[in-house]
Design a protein around this ligand. Structure first.
Ligand code: SF4
Ligand code: SF4
Length: 389
């Protein structure tokens, strides 16, 4: 396993981290579909295998797997002295605080109990964006996190982010963070925190942890036109390795989280992340060109030219317009809608899906791309509907 500096925190972490959001789930015998229940035996096997084979960074959160993920991780690491050998990161979302500052400490105490530990290495404010950041601050989250650190209950103060670069830079200007967790991959150079955001964090000495390195798993599969391109350079190298190599090249990045729900996936990834050549500043000019061309080829499958600018928001019916188009485009790009449907189910559950559109037309005139939003939402819904969690 290759190891990398964790910002200015004074230690190194494995280049591959285990994300505990996609642990194996019990499969319903009748429907053959995964249930909400974590398959405890398999999950513990994966976590312990990871900890025994070089992975020393484990990421979980208050809400993952219906609030079961922290307990599963805590149980798996409590045997064989594993807890002491690894770093644990977990997160508290704004929603769990219920608008009351005293709940912040209660939630931390609950996390410590579930994780069977006296301290958390990296404690994150979960899913920060432009709106939630103001609420975290107003509730006194920064001051609470600082107190926890002084008391030794947490070692590092961090946040995970889903938003745009402008908000990312604002969050950075408000506090001196130890770590930030962002969505980044070979397709997201201009999306979410963006490559510029990753570089900004690196310049400040803040550790950068990557989530969605494969864009929901999509980059593990390449359409024929991308495969041809990759094979022209090296027919043995899998698309998943190309996607990881893009990230591993970046010196700002400390660890890359991958949700691995089978032991085979975990073993394959450990192999990739252990190759000496898969390291910082290792891409050749030719490989960089191939990755750039691969991005263009993936994006040639994008059907709705939405840039995610959000000028169309807010929608009076809370339809998550750019978010829905992003999922639809991912399905088209990767030629598979499984993950996109799963993610869209959360829109349906929260009432922000395309079916809530009442065709008021307020959004269309604001779209600089002149997208026929109403019509496109209907098309997207037809492709994305149908998943049941
Ligand atoms: S047309 Fe639909 S999506 Fe657009 S603002 Fe109105 S309700 Fe929202
Ligand atoms: S305004 Fe248009 S391009 Fe911008 S997010 Fe909305 S749909 Fe996408």
């Amino acid at each position: 396993m290759n190891y990398r500096k964790f910002g200015n925190c004074g230690y190194e972490v494995s280049a591959l981290g285990l994300g505990c959001m996609r642990l194996p789930q019990v499969v319903d015998e009748k429907t053959k579909m995964p249930t909400a229940q974590v398959d405890l035996d398999k999950a513990i096997e994966i976590i312990q295998y990871a900890a025994d084979n070089g992975i020393n960074y484990f990421d979980t959160a208050y809400g993952y797997h219906s609030k079961m993920s922290e307990s599963v991780l805590g149980e798996a690491l409590s045997y064989g002295g594993r807890r002491k050998r690894v770093k644990i990161a977990t997160k508290q979302p704004l929603g769990a605080m219920g608008g009351k500052r005293e709940n912040i400490r209660k939630n931390l105490e609950s996390a410590l109990t579930k994780l069977r530990t006296d301290y958390i290495d990296v404690y994150l404010m979960h899913a920060v964006d432009g709106n939630t950041w103001d609420s975290f601050k107003a509730l006194g989250a920064i001051e609470e996190w600082q107190k926890f650190r002084e008391e030794g209950l947490i070692k590092s103060i961090a946040f995970s982010f889903h938003g745009n670069y402008t908000d990312f830079a604002r969050v950075f200007s408000d506090f001196d963070w130890d770590m930030c967790q962002v969505q980044h991959n070979m397709l997201d150079l201009e999306n979410e925190a963006t490559l510029e955001g990753v570089q900004l964090a690196g310049k400040k000495g803040c550790a950068v942890v990557i989530m969605e390195p494969l864009r929901g798993g999509g980059l593990a599969h390449a359409p024929e036109r991308v495969k041809e391109l990759y094979n022209s350079y090296d027919s043995e190298r899998l698309p998943v390795e190309w996607a990881f190599k893009y990230l591993l090249d970046k010196p700002e990045i400390s660890t890359i989280l991958s949700g691995m729900s089978t032991l085979e996936q975990l073993k394959q990834n450990i192999e990739i992340f252990s190759k000496p050549q898969n390291t910082v500043n290792s891409l050749t000019e030719q490989e960089k060109k191939i990755l750039s061309e691969a991005k263009a080829r993936y994006e040639s499958f994008v059907t709705v030219p939405c840039t995610g600018c959000e000028y169309c928001l807010p929608c009076p019916k809370k339809v998550a317009i750019p978010n829905i188009f992003r999922k639809y485009n991912d399905g088209m790009m990767f030629g598979a809608f499984g993950q996109a449907k799963r993610e869209y189910w959360f829109n349906v559950a929260s009432g922000s899906d395309a079916e809530k559109c009442v065709e008021c037309g307020a959004c269309e005139s604001k779209c600089p791309q002149k997208i026929k939003i109403i019509e496109s939402l209907k098309t997207a819904h037809e492709s994305l509907k149908g998943h049941i969690e």
